[in-house]
Design a binder for this molecule. Structure first.
Ligand SMILES: Nc1ncnc2c1ncn2[C@@H]1O[C@H](COP(=O)(O)OP(=O)(O)O)[C@@H](O)[C@H]1O
Ligand SMILES: [Mg+2]
Length: 310
């Protein structure tokens, strides 16, 4: 009988690569689209491995309350002892960038100096005292770079806030953050599967802040000038810190984004508990992260079967 892997999500467009990888391994993706489901707390969940692809950017697909329903689902699954990959602890950080920064700092990982504020008046007060350098305003519940805005200085940011020209986060909280200048204009996203480093992607960030790696986001000319390049390693100390952070945070699959500034200092600014691996970059590098995710999930299923038999 094929093994079932339950995938919890709100965006069917993201499922194909994993469905294909599972099918190749004689396993089956069971689609739990939380935008269409309800949770019957009187029932017992099916036995299996549950993998969350719930995303902070759900609001951009009209699914702004689906993460809340998903959190209730996870509590139900956990109460029945089900194996949930990227369950509630991961979802909490996915939805709250400010909380990500505190968790990262607790793990000894540097983040850009950041304030969290609610509403124009509070944002303005923070900006009034902000240093002379460039500033980034971003939604606390972000995703895909939506609503991330850079300004040359705090005065320019204050003008935008006064003009009502900044986009509000779905949770109302705005982050006011030091802009980190990357000398080569690239940011790096390190991918982790099963809590272990898999590969990293260098991304040309000079074209804007909306850096969605998914196939569905590719623009036609990207074959000519690929802006996503896979690299096999990152700094060893950083990798170890990330792996320890993920273990402590209960996150098993993640993409962690960082920038190295002119002085060589690393700043980590975004944890994604959800990745669409870039197909072109993978083709060039001969990599298959969706296959690695499938292998990891099936290993969890095998461990379940073994412990049930014991
Ligand atoms: N502090 C920063 N300094 C420089 N660039 C930044 C900073 N924060 C974000 N960016 C740029 O904006 C992009 C989107 O920001 P990010 O925090 O990753 O939001 P999202 O969760 O929407 O992906 C980043 O990939 C990066 O290119
Ligand atoms: Mg990001």
């Amino acid at each position: 009988m094929p093994v079932d892997i339950f995938v919890i999500h709100e965006n069917p467009e993201w499922l194909a690569p994993l469905a294909t990888a599972l099918a190749r391994r004689d396993a089956r993706l069971v689609d739990w689209n939380m935008a269409e489901r309800s949770v019957d707390l009187t029932q017992t969940p099916p036995v299996g491995v549950f993998f969350s692809r719930m995303s902070a950017s759900s609001f951009s697909r009209g699914n702004d309350r689906v993460p809340e329903l998903t959190s209730a689902l996870f509590a139900w699954l956990e109460r029945h002892g089900r194996r949930v990959v990227n369950g509630n602890p991961a979802l909490r950080l996915e939805l709250n960038k400010a909380a990500q920064y505190s968790a990262l700092q607790a793990a000894g990982i540097a983040v850009p100096a950041t304030h969290a504020a609610l509403g124009a008046a509070a944002i303005d007060r923070v900006l009034t005292d902000f240093g002379p350098g460039p500033v980034i305003l971003k939604p606390n519940r972000g995703g895909k770079g939506l609503g991330v805005q850079g300004f040359d200085n705090a005065a320019a940011a204050r003008a935008a806030v006064a003009a009502g020209a900044i986009s509000e986060s779905i949770d109302g909280v705005t982050l006011i953050q030091n802009y980190i200048h990357a000398p080569r204009g690239i940011i790096t996203r390190a991918e982790f599967i099963g809590g272990r480093f898999h590969y990293a992607v260098e991304i040309d960030a000079t074209k804007g802040f909306e850096l969605c790696p998914a196939e569905v986001c590719l623009v036609p000319d990207e074959t000519a000038a690929p802006s996503f390049t896979i690299i096999d390693a990152i700094d060893d100390d950083l990798r170890q810190r990330y792996e320890a952070f993920l273990a402590a945070a209960g996150i098993e699959i993640a993409g962690i984004e960082f920038i190295v500034d002119e002085a060589g200092q690393v700043f980590t600014y975004d944890i994604n508990t959800n990745t669409n691996y870039n197909p072109l970059a993978e083709q060039v590098a001969g990599r298959d992260a969706a296959g690695a995710v499938a292998d990891f999930l099936l290993a969890q299923a095998a461990a379940l079967t073994a412990s049930n038999a014991a």
